[in-house]
Design a protein around this ligand. Structure first.
Ligand code: SF4
Ligand code: SF4
Length: 376
């Protein structure tokens, strides 16, 4: 097997199938990452969505027999919508972060990785391959960094010189000893723009993130969002891009290479009030194909309630009262109680008093009691 030639062929083929950047690294252990993950665990900074076994996250040999290399891929996604929403005065909209525009990127990247696998297997039928995107054991970012895709910014994103940090990442462990590429040098320098832009101070100097404070993570939880973060969430109903939009390297980076990634503005920037009334089926029809729907309807509804409170949208009061009175989920009822207090007005106050008599869940009672203090 001529591995050098195969690498060249693979790079050429990756361009043909719409992979914007490809890099190669060894299948060695990610020792530095291991220390960082242990530290993160000790500090309680983890999101809880990650693979719990740190050894698996840093040891390719635990994931596939005889690993000899890892191929990292990156696909650039748009940062601006080509189409605008038809806005009417007074209509309030939420915002899905850019990584949730268009078709769920897991599908798009898996498709590209599958094509790469097929290509490799035509040349080396005995090759062992294992691909992953985001939910795999390995850290996409650690692999991409070591494979020379980009450097790891202080905003904890991989920053490519070509496309900024607006890239999706995926990787494939292989049994082929491809020659590794050289990592890109860190170019953040003395810049701290992302840290300054983070609404919750979730970025810790030195490229660490406290996921428990990060809006991107908080919008994906299923529980009541801690009070201290609700006002900071604004109209983000899924994810947060502030530490990306603030990054000078991302300035002017807006690539529309992939049809599947084109956002439907009515989905990426949806009207807030209708979200409160969606049935499960309606939610699936409207949002089911985007990455931001992976946790289901409830977190998006809760976030839409927070966004309506952010806008102090008093036209939403009847809908919020309906949520408070009829919604089965205590998280939605509790968040609606909080939102009614934030928006204010006599009908909101009376609805809270009425709900106080009937509510049986203690966490919702607490929200109602807190909310009523806003009227004093
Ligand atoms: Fe901060 Fe938002 Fe970046 Fe999270 S995604 S670190 S909240 S700016
Ligand atoms: Fe690095 Fe500055 Fe971008 Fe943060 S904003 S990732 S410090 S270049």
């Amino acid at each position: 097997m001529d591995v050098k030639q195969l690498k060249k062929d693979l790079i050429a083929y990756s361009k043909e199938i719409g992979i914007d950047k490809i890099g190669f690294t060894t299948a060695d252990m990610f020792s530095e990452l291991k220390n960082r993950l242990i530290r993160q665990q000790e500090l309680g900074y983890q999101s809880g969505f990650e693979e719990p076994d740190i050894e698996k996250r840093v040891t390719p040999a635990l994931l596939m027999e005889e690993p000899r290399s890892i191929i990292a891929i990156a696909l650039a996604y748009p940062s601006k919508m080509n189409e605008r929403v038809e806005g009417k005065k007074g209509e309030r909209r939420g915002f899905f972060s850019r990584a949730s525009w268009g078709l769920d990127y897991h599908h798009v990247l898996r498709d590209r990785l599958k094509k790469l696998e097929e290509f490799i297997l035509t040349k080396v039928p005995e090759a062992k391959l294992k691909s992953m995107v985001d939910t795999g054991e390995l850290s996409d970012r650690a692999v991409a960094e070591r494979a020379g895709i980009g450097w790891s910014g202080k905003n904890c994103a991989i920053i490519t010189p070509e496309f900024g940090s607006y890239v999706y990442l995926g990787e494939m462990i292989t049994s082929i000893p491809f020659e590794p590429d050289t990592p890109i040098e860190d170019q953040c320098g003395t810049c701290t723009k992302c840290l300054d832009a983070c609404p919750t101070g979730a970025l810790v100097q030195g490229g660490q993130i406290n996921a428990q404070h990060c809006i991107s993570f908080l919008t994906q939880t299923k529980e009541l969002i801690p009070d201290e973060f609700r006002d900071k969430i604004g109209n983000r109903i899924y994810g947060c891009d502030s530490c990306q939009t603030a990054c000078p390297v991302n300035k002017g980076k807006n690539y529309h290479f992939h049809e599947e990634m084109e956002p439907n503005p009515e989905v990426a920037k949806p009207l807030l009030k209708p979200i409160l009334k969606l049935s499960n089926r309606e939610f699936k029809n409207k949002f089911g194909s985007v990455a931001g729907s992976w946790r289901g309807k409830k977190p998006i509804q809760r976030n839409a309630i927070i966004a309506l409170a952010h806008f102090k949208d008093d036209t939403a009061i009847p809908d919020l009262i309906e949520v408070l009175e009829k919604e089965a989920s205590p998280v939605s009822r509790g968040t609606a109680a909080w939102a009614l207090g934030k928006i204010g007005g006599e009908s909101a106050r009376l609805a809270l008093i009425k709900a106080r008599e009937k509510e049986t869940e203690s966490e919702v009672q607490l929200e109602i009691a807190k909310s009523l203090t806003y009227f004093k």
